[in-house]
Design a protein around this ligand. Structure first.
Ligand SMILES: *[C@@H]1O[C@H](CO)[C@@H](O)[C@H](O)[C@H]1NC(C)=O
Ligand SMILES: *[C@@H]1O[C@H](CO)[C@@H](O)[C@H](O)[C@H]1NC(C)=O
Ligand SMILES: *[C@@H]1O[C@H](CO)[C@@H](O)[C@H](O)[C@H]1NC(C)=O
Ligand SMILES: *[C@@H]1O[C@H](CO)[C@@H](O)[C@H](O)[C@H]1NC(C)=O
Ligand SMILES: *[C@@H]1O[C@H](CO)[C@@H](O)[C@H](O)[C@H]1NC(C)=O
Length: 587
């Protein structure tokens, strides 16, 4: 509607070191960016591609070294707001010596198929949620699994040091790594791995203690009967809901719960509810037929190893980076599950012992920052996997509505994947932040005033490099400086010093309208950052939202009116009962 001149602050923001900023609500600093195939992201992607090519070809990266040229890699990143067919970043590297006589492709593309290992757990929980999982969440697993119901009634079952208390293990605890049960049954048991256990001082075992199924790659998977007969003898790790402890067994059991509540096999549920509706043509529970499809490194890759009922948990599915990115996009957009259930799902359910890692169902949540070492907190919802020579990672960034799928195959798939993740994310995060900031400014920055010029009211919004959100640089109402009035109120109520007022999107939208809230960045009077504190005074913004009201309307409540392109044409600071029209670009 009005010409928008681009504030130079944006260019400065990307260059300058950005301070750590926590005084906002959890979630996006700006509306998620779109058109990410645009120039800035393309330039960063070209940079990342060149860096990855160099690293994979030379075997050297700042994040670790590995055998040169030996490992294949696929990386596909998509935005949920952009055309599904146009990834914002797509990189593929063909490792040396792929086993074409075993059916491997000779050239890796976005449609090349890898084993995805434990990323499969995400498909299991998604299938569970799509089949009413939320309403079974707090039910004990013994309601669904007769083997475990019987185990809970065996002599000695009440001894909590020896036996899992199955009646206390809920289905939700299984889905969120909070069950406290053991990690596996037999999988890679040293007794069947040719490990020199007697030299290591381990006692001899009786024959019935040595796995006969799933102990090593030459043994068949365990049947359901063998599995439960064996697994119920394994010791618990923690009481349920104590702390997250990674368990593959939990998801195998969860897949049996899915079968119990649907009356169908896991494979059929997955095909019907996930693979077909989302169009995941390269994703399957068994190794794909035909040659030229898979990425099969030389040697013992683990490509064709059957995993039986472990498909849902440990070794799992086959998929391509294109399909995994498409799956990630579907999760971000709430396709099938719906936006509400997706928001509930994409939350942490437990801390870990580290402040930067949390666990969901079965999200492995990493907290980083928009500028990696500075800026505002960005939570990455990830799921990792490894199986044989395959390593995988799916990363969802809800704040930017971006999904990144990484798949690696080869002798150093783990270190290669780690190097690729760091190389890609450290370049992409700042670019996504800058793109969000500049798009938000294009849509919202500028001067707003009521049509009645005599009112002497105005609001000016900009962006800066000191913090996220839309910075309120001027707010005058009926001749009064609102920030000054807010400071006077804060002075009278020990509210501290207002450093800035910033607007953040709430996600509440109606046709032609978007709601934002103003968050005050404050410091206590006389604040000394060098004095150690346990209770950080700068982390309470979430508790002050919607607090101050005037006639039942909060002073932080802002609604923008948008044109067809999503650009603001007016804003209503609702406490003023007045609409401010957009009257100019930023000043
Ligand atoms: C590309 O990489 C070079 C060298 O690492 C760096 O100086 C430049 O800023 C990068 N450009 C983008 C757009 O990321
Ligand atoms: C990787 O290799 C280079 C060159 O040999 C060496 O300088 C560097 O220290 C190695 N890095 C790591 C993490 O091992
Ligand atoms: C697997 O374990 C069985 C039983 O201990 C053993 O006979 C076999 O050699 C093992 N195979 C491999 C590949 O280690
Ligand atoms: C390729 O795969 C075949 C069949 O699985 C196997 O016999 C052969 O040893 C593999 N070749 C290499 C170089 O690993
Ligand atoms: C409008 O209000 C501001 C802030 O109180 C004041 O500085 C300015 O003089 C006022 N302008 C007019 C025309 O009254």
């Amino acid at each position: 509607m009005y010409p928008h001149l681009y504030p130079l602050a944006i260019l400065a923001a990307s260059a300058a070191a950005t301070p750590v900023f926590d005084q906002k609500l959890l979630g996006p600093a700006y509306p998620a960016p779109s058109n990410l195939a645009a120039a800035a992201v393309r330039a960063a992607a070209a940079n990342v591609s060149a860096a990855l090519d160099r690293a994979l070809g030379s075997g050297q990266s700042p994040f670790g070294n590995f055998t040169a040229k030996a490992t294949s890699l696929s990386l596909t990143a998509v935005s949920a707001l952009d055309d599904a067919a146009a990834p914002i970043f797509d990189f593929h590297y063909t490792g040396a010596g792929l086993n074409t006589s075993a059916g491997s492709t000779a050239k890796v593309t976005a449609d090349s198929v890898y084993r995805i290992g434990s990323v499969s757990k995400l498909f299991t929980v998604y299938s569970f949620l799509l089949n009413g999982g939320a309403k079974y969440w707090d039910r004990p697993v013994t309601d669904f699994i007769p083997e475990l119901r019987r185990a809970a009634a065996l002599p000695g079952a009440g001894n909590a040091v020896d036996r899992v208390q199955w009646q206390d293990v809920t289905v939700g605890a299984l889905a969120s790594q909070l069950s406290g049960i053991g990690r596996d049954y037999n999988n890679a048991d040293m007794a069947s791995m040719g490990f020199p256990w007697q030299e290591a001082g381990l006692p001899p075992l009786s024959p019935d203690e040595i796995p006969t199924c799933a102990g090593n790659t030459s043994q068949p998977p365990c049947s359901r009967k063998e599995y439960f007969e064996g697994f119920i003898k394994r010791h618990p790790v923690l009481p349920p809901y104590t702390a997250p402890v990674y368990s593959n067994a939990a998801y195998r059991i969860l897949s049996y719960v899915v079968e119990a509540i649907t009356g169908s096999s896991y494979d059929a549920v997955l095909a019907r509810d996930v693979l077909q509706p989302l169009g995941l043509k390269q994703t399957s529970t068994s190794s794909p037929r035909g040659s030229g499809v898979g990425v099969i490194p030389p040697g013992d890759s683990g490509w064709g190893r059957p995993l039986g009922d472990e498909v849902s948990s440990t070794g799992g599915l086959y998929s391509s980076s294109h399909d995994l990115a498409t799956f990630g996009r579907a999760l971000l957009t709430g396709k099938k599950l719906g936006a509400l259930a997706t928001r509930r799902w994409m939350k942490p359910l437990s801390h870990t012992a580290s402040a930067s890692a949390a666990v969901g169902a079965p999200w492995e949540i990493t907290r980083t920052r928009s500028r990696v070492t500075g800026g505002y907190a960005v939570d990455l919802y990830t799921k990792s996997g490894s199986d044989g020579q395959y390593n995988s990672l799916l990363i969802l960034m809800p704040d930017f509505q971006v999904a990144v799928a990484l798949l690696a195959a080869g002798p150093h798939a783990g270190p290669v994947l780690e190097a690729a993740v760091e190389t890609a994310l450290q370049a992409l995060l700042p670019v996504l932040d800058t793109a969000s900031q500049s798009q938000a400014c294009q849509a919202f920055c500028g001067r707003y005033a009521p049509a009645d010029a005599a009112a002497n009211s105005s609001l000016v919004l900009a962006v800066d490099d000191k913090g996220p959100g839309l910075l309120v640089t001027q707010w005058i109402s009926r001749g009064a400086d609102v920030r000054g009035a807010a400071q006077a109120y804060a002075d009278a109520t020990d509210g501290g010093v207002i450093e800035s007022i910033r607007l953040y999107p709430t996600g509440l939208r109606a046709p032609g309208e978007a709601a934002f809230r103003a968050i005050l960045q404050t410091l206590p009077v006389g604040y000394d950052a060098s004095v150690p504190r346990i209770m950080d005074p700068g982390v309470h913004q979430w508790s002050a939202v919607d607090q101050l009201m005037y006639g039942e309307v909060a002073v932080d409540d802002f609604v923008f009116r948008l044109d067809g392109q999503g650009r603001a044409v007016a804003v209503e600071p609702r406490v003023l009962r007045q609409t401010f029209e957009k009257v100019g670009g930023s000043n």
